[in-house]
Design a protein around this ligand. Structure first.
Ligand code: ZN
Length: 160
């Protein structure tokens, strides 16, 4: 399968709220497969569909515990929280400290349309929260303080 090109900030599709998938069919399975290939080639641990220009709620994640493909993921429970540094394939060369839940329970459909529920901890829980942010148009830079945003803007010399 042909990998996608990863879209980077400040492209507007990254700010779009991705559409709910009504039915999981062959088209979704193909997109998920190509997204997984793109993620592995880019050495990322997760990728959301809008990062490859597709306006649908599709996510792939592999934090070393195996590939997970999610359709319409939503977090139904968050437990504890902790700070850690995060990067993003769509915001190159930027590491930002972000507070996230240490543990989450997430509901989604798998690539065959079956309803699934997953309890995730640590890096996997963090990656799930990061990718679900993407589906609602949110990026890691949104967690910066106003002063940090100014520094980011100066460093990147781009409109923000
Ligand atoms: Zn990202």
């Amino acid at each position: 399968m042909k990998p996608y090109k990863i879209i980077t900030f400040p492209e507007s599709i990254l700010r779009v709220k991705a559409h709910h998938v009504k039915e999981v069919d062959l088209a979704e399975r193909e997109v998920l497969g190509r997204m997984a290939e793109t993620m592995y080639l880019s050495k990322g641990v997760g990728l959301a569909a809008n990062q490859v220009g597709i306006d649908r709620q599709l996510v792939v994640i592999d934090t070393g515990e195996g590939l997970i493909k999610m359709v319409n993921p939503s977090i139904i429970k968050r437990i504890d929280s902790g700070m850690d540094e995060e990067g993003c394939l769509s915001v190159p060369k930027t590491e930002i400290k972000i507070a996230r839940a240490n543990e989450v329970v997430v509901q989604f459909l798998d690539e065959n349309g079956a309803a699934c529920q997953l309890n995730a901890k640590g890096l996997l829980a963090r990656a799930i929260q990061h990718e679900i942010d993407h589906l609602s148009g949110k990026l890691i830079i949104d967690y910066l303080s106003p002063v940090e945003k100014l520094i980011f803007k100066a460093k990147n010399l781009i409109r923000y």
